[in-house]
Design a protein around this ligand. Structure first.
Ligand code: SF4
Ligand code: SF4
Length: 61
């Protein structure tokens, strides 16, 4: 099973690419770091593919 996208705050560079690609509007910026709203995320992994720094991942559990 997959869990909602998670952001590694140490790796996020605040580029907002993930915000742009998320079709669920599940990602917002807070203090220039991406934050995922777990209730909206549908685990599509588009943000993971778009992130240039590998900061956001949808994990298999
Ligand atoms: S996995 Fe998909 S729905 Fe979830 S935050 Fe990333 S782009 Fe949005
Ligand atoms: S795409 Fe990656 S580096 Fe850019 S804001 Fe999102 S999590 Fe941060």
């Amino acid at each position: 099973m997959t869990v909602p996208a998670k952001v590694d705050r140490d790796l996020c560079v605040g580029c907002e690419s993930c915000v742009d690609v998320c079709t669920q509007e599940a990602i917002a910026m807070e203090d220039q770091i991406a934050v995922v709203d777990n209730s909206k995320c549908e685990e599509c992994k588009l943000c993971q593919e778009a992130c240039p720094s590998g900061a956001i991942a949808v994990e298999e559990k």
